[in-house]
Each structure stands twice: as C-alpha cells, then as structure tokens.
Design a protein around this ligand. Structure first.
Ligand code: SAM
Length: 295
C-alpha cells in the first residue's frame, strides 16, 4: 500500500495515436483524461503550436509539440507513424474542438490503423454537437455536412443533394458569409426551421432560432456578426400531397431565382414530397411563361 502524500503516479501511455478533443472557447471544457494524456504523450501533433502551447500553459502543462496541418501533413505523417512504431505515444489535437471534424487527422488515423497500431479517442468538445444540442431541432437523426463549397454553383448543388435527407443538417460557416449562405439555404431548402449557434461556450454565446428565410433576413440587415457560428437546419416537413398549385408555383418561383432548373426542381420536390416529374413539368411551364412575357 502506498503511504505519504502527493499525486498517485499513473502509468505511461501505451504506444499509439490518441485523438484528443480540446475546448471550443471555454478553457475549462477539457477532460481530466485529456490533460493526463497531453502531459504524458511523447509528442503532441497540433495545427498551430502557439495555440496549443497557450492551452497547455493555461493548465500548467508542458509538452513536446510538432506541427501537423494541411500544408505539411504528407511529410509529417510517415514520421509520426515511425515514432509510434518505435514505441511512442502520439497525441493529435486541433486548434479547437475535436480533431478530424473539419480539421486534419483522418489520413493519419487511416494510416496508423493500417500499420496495425492502436488508435484511441479522448472525446470532448465539438462545435457541431454543441450547436445541435442548443438548436431545439430534432436530435435523433442528424447529418454533419461541414463547410459548404465556396463557389456558388457547387454550393447550391450540394444543398440540392442534401434537401431530401430526412435528418437535421449541421453546417460550419464563417460568420462573414452567414447571410449569403442562409439565403442560398432558404432558396434551396424552403422555409425550414433552423438555428444559428454563435460563440458557443464563450462570453457572447448566442443561439438565434427561426425559419431559414427569417434568419437570412436578420443577418442581411444586421451585417456579419463576430466570432464563429454553426448553422443547424431541421429535417424536411413530412411528405404531403396537400401542396396546392399556388404553393407549388410560389416555391418554384423562389427556387428558380437563385438555382438552375434542375436544382430548383430537386429542392422543391424534396420539400413538398411531390413527384419530381410533376414539379419538373410545372417548372418548365413557369419558365416558358416567363420567357414569353419577356418577349
Ligand atoms: N474540429 C472543430 C470542432 O470539432 O469543433 C471544428 C473546427 S472547424 C475548422 C471551425 C468551425 O467550427 C467554425 O468555422 C465554426 O463553424 C465552428 N466553431 C468552432 N468553434 C465554435 C464556437 N465556439 N461557436 C460556434 N461555432 C464554432
């Protein structure tokens, strides 16, 4: 039996890769196990050594750091795997939140596992999950879609593909593009219930809930807010045959203002539950009427 005071020594980490979640704002959001493993890892691979050093020093820890980010990953990966093969414990962290989730690490995990080395998750903060929790939207089934493509056409195409998915959708977005993205979402997905969760766990945390069109109008009028944000969108309404002709026309006209014919039809069919052929036929009629009236 151990006598005397002082911390109980805990065993060194077994060789392998440890994926460690870190705070997304509030420095206190870090698990005891994360702190333990960060202090014991032979090396901590991180996106930005300055950011991780600040986190460690806030908790009175020191660790050997090495950079692992999208610009050096190809070169750094074999070296990290070699270290694990030689018996070292490698920790991987992102600047904030859970590594691999719109952050580097997927290939390192793939190759570590392929080399027959152990991979261990040390879970914790995740902006996507925190946003889902506060959104007030269904949490039983969700799809995390990360960042949408930057180019407008690719963005709308991605949204049209997601439109029929019967699940809550979660997106990361820069606050600078919030208004434009919400407007695209509203045009493609219709007036679905949604939430923008901003500055989660931080001093100015805010969750704004409303339909996509209302949220888009708010950020358009208010201008880009500060900080970081996640957009959460409720699933499509239950499919219903009770969409009347006027409703269909209104939805198509809105969708056609910012989408190609194909994307508009896909989005409206998904939201209304109407057969795609019927929506397509009506979209063609509306387009023709519009062209004829311009002639
Ligand atoms: N891997 C991280 C995670 O698991 O939380 C996410 C990293 S991703 C590069 C950064 C994006 O996450 C931001 O653009 C924003 O959409 C979201 N994000 C990160 N921290 C946030 C916070 N405190 N509040 C709201 N959104 C946040």
């Amino acid at each position: 039996m151990r006598s005397g005071s002082g911390p109980v020594p805990t065993p060194a980490l077994a060789p392998g890769l440890y994926l460690i979640a870190t705070p997304i704002g509030n420095l206190a959001d870090i698990t005891l196990r994360a702190l333990d493993h960060l202090s014991k890892a032979d090396v901590v691979a991180c996106e930005d050594t300055r950011v991780t050093r600040r986190l460690l020093s806030a908790h009175g820890l020191r660790a050997r750091l090495t950079a692992y980010h999208e610009h050096n990953a190809e070169r750094a990966r074999p070296r990290l795997i070699e270290r694990m093969k030689c018996g070292e414990a490698v920790a991987l962290v992102a600047d904030a939140g859970t590594p691999l989730i719109s952050d580097p690490g997927y290939k390192l995990v793939e190759e570590t596992a392929a080399a027959g080395l152990p991979v261990t998750a040390v879970p914790g903060p995740s902006a996507a999950l925190a946003a889902l929790l506060v959104s007030g939207l269904p949490s039983d089934r969700f799809l995390f879609a990360g960042f949408l493509p930057g180019k407008a056409a690719a963005r709308r195409q991605a949204l049209a593909e997601l439109a029929p998915v019967p699940a809550t959708l979660i997106f990361f977005e820069s606050t600078r593009r919030l208004a434009a993205t919400l407007a695209d979402m509203s045009a493609t997905l219709g007036p679905r219930p949604a939430a923008v969760a901003r500055e989660l766990t931080k001093l100015h945390e805010e969750t704004r809930r409303g339909t996509l069109d209302v949220l888009a109008a708010h950020y358009q009028a208010a201008g880009p807010p500060r900080g970081e944000a996640v957009i959460v969108i409720g699933p499509p309404a239950e499919k219903t045959a009770a969409v009347d002709g006027d409703d269909l026309d209104a939805r198509l006209r809105t969708a056609l203002t910012t989408n190609s014919l194909r994307d508009a039809v896909a989005a409206v069919a998904a939201v209304t539950g109407l057969p795609r052929q019927r929506v397509y036929a009506r979209a063609l009629e509306l387009q023709k009427a519009h062209t004829d009236s311009d002639a």
